[in-house]
Ligand binder design. Structure first.
Ligand SMILES: Cc1ncc(COP(=O)(O)O)c(C=O)c1O
Length: 481
């Protein structure tokens, strides 16, 4: 069985140095241009070896926080004094509305597979960062050695080896789930669809975060559900006060919240707040469907625990997928829910009977082979580095007054432009230059976020991405005048 993340001492030690330096910079004890403590000093202060301290400094260097100067040591990068402000938060929940996503969301999904565009639009990791070639080997081996088995129907709940591998990994979430309580789905999207279908009726109201992932909206629309959006801060996550007042005012059937690193802002609701959210939902007997697709992409010391791992999680349905970490093309997600598993399984076989067997077997074998955690470590570093350089480039090129989120995980940035600029106008111009991003109006049913946009940092930094960001900045500056 793989080790849980938080017992990985090696990672713990080096990340404690990263946190220590970040804290010195955030508190103003270390400022841009100043020399960072020597490796000897920091290794003594944090009780780590010099090589662990060096590893941490190299990580900070790749994130643009420190710069190495030959024969001299590490210095705080000038970019740290140039951090843009964080985006502002909405203050009130939206009124309950029908969902009508129109052509704009559909158009965004079309653009997701357009490889001629600069990839700042949909939240899809670069194929170079995914474990594609490793997975290919498992796929080929499965086809060769278990081809006949893989060419039959999988059980409606999903292939057992894969469910067992997911159940083993659930220890990392701080919430052990049995393979019996897991249902394999076609991505997280189907997981959310089945969960909502199992517990709602047309006309029911669902509370979502605001801004929220635009892919939730077509699911709510297809099920004829109405929505209220709860203000969510780019740092602290969901507003408890706004949630409480929405629960008082409306009959809310279920909430659909992100477990960690909300898309589009990358914010993390603290455990204390998660417990308070659950206390409220228990009081109003409201079910929480949580979406944990970004949970494994954390930049901090350990994986955040989802709502379902809190001790007062009475009515929580956990949904996730492998789309953001290893195989968006396999379309494999899952639901973990002891209380609803039978109902969800009935919904699953009424919809698609079961998922494809071959990819489920191959992914299960890949996970059981134990390479996934190592892959995740590399991915987290790449995403953190991409986010750092994207933030720095935006800070240097976008007009004054531009605000940018500081995600604690995931790989998207939420950018708030000066409020006279409509991001949809920028989008129309950018598409002509083969640059895609996600305009803010997609992330809501209200008319908030017109001056916002989401930029994906799922691809490693390159000159073509740099040029695309410069071009975007030029378009935005052109509309500012
Ligand atoms: C928050 C969130 N949930 C779900 C999904 C979709 O997941 P999947 O591709 O597994 O259906 C996405 C994709 O961008 C997402 O950002």
């Amino acid at each position: 069985m793989e080790k849980p993340e938080h017992t990985d001492q090696q990672e713990f030690r080096y990340e404690s140095v990263v946190k220590f330096i970040d804290h010195l910079i955030d508190s103003g004890a270390l400022i841009a241009g100043q020399k960072a403590p020597s490796l000897r000093k920091v290794s003594k202060a944090r009780g780590v070896s010099i090589s662990t301290a060096l590893h941490a400094y190299r990580m900070l260097e790749s994130q643009g926080v420190l710069e190495a100067q030959p024969q001299s040591g590490f210095y705080v990068s000038a970019a740290t004094s140039n951090q843009p402000d964080k985006p502002s938060a909405a203050t009130k929940s939206t009124r309950v509305r029908k969902v009508n996503t129109g052509a704009q969301v559909a158009n965004m999904f079309e653009l997701a597979s357009d490889t001629t565009m600069a990839p700042l639009g949909c939240a899809i990791p670069s194929p170079d960062l995914l474990a594609t070639s490793k997975l290919d080997k498992f796929l080929v081996r499965t086809a060769r050695t278990r081809g006949k088995y893989a060419n039959t129907y999988a059980p409606p709940r999903g292939e057992e080896g894969l469910r067992t591998a997911i159940a083993r990994r659930s220890i990392n979430w701080g919430h052990a789930v049995s393979a019996e309580d897991i249902l394999i789905t076609c991505g997280c999207t189907e997981a959310l669809h089945l969960a909502l279908k199992a517990i709602t009726r047309p006309g029911d109201t669902i509370a979502v975060e605001s801004p929220n992932y635009f892919g939730f909206l077509p699911v709510l629309q297809a099920l004829h559900l109405t929505v209220t959006e709860i203000p969510t801060d780019s740092v602290d996550g969901i507003s408890i006060t706004a949630l409480e007042s929405a629960l008082e005012k409306n009959t809310i059937k279920a909430c659909l919240f992100s477990s960690a690193f909300n898309n589009p802002m990358g914010c993390l609701t603290s455990e204390d707040k998660k417990k308070r959210v659950l206390t409220l939902l228990n009081r109003y007997r409201v079910t929480l469907i949580e979406d944990d697709v970004y949970g494994d992409i954390f930049f901090g010391r350990q994986r955040p625990r989802p709502y379902s791992a809190m001790e007062n999680a009475k009515r929580v349905i956990y949904c996730s997928s492998f789309s953001k970490t290893v195989a968006p093309g396999y379309r494999i997600g899952w639901i973990a829910s002891p209380s609803y598993i039978d109902k969800l399984t009935t919904e699953k076989y009424a919809t698609t009977l079961c998922g494809p067997t071959l990819t489920q077997v191959a992914l299960g074998e890949y996970l059981n082979a134990g390479a996934y955690d190592n892959h995740l470590r590399g991915m987290r570093k790449s995403f953190a580095a991409n986010i750092a350089i994207m933030t720095k480039t935006i800070a240097e090129t976008f007009p004054p007054g531009t605000r940018v989120s500081r995600p604690e995980g995931g790989f998207v940035l939420w950018v708030e432009l000066p409020d006279n600029i409509n991001a949809r106008d920028v989008f129309v111009l950018a598409l002509k230059d083969d640059i895609c991003f996600a305009p803010g109006d997609l992330f809501t049913t209200s008319d908030n976020y017109r001056s916002c946009l989401r930029i994906s940092c799922g691809y490693p930094w390159s000159t073509s991405i740099e040029r695309a960001v410069w071009k975007l900045a030029e378009l935005v500056c052109g509309l500012t005048r």
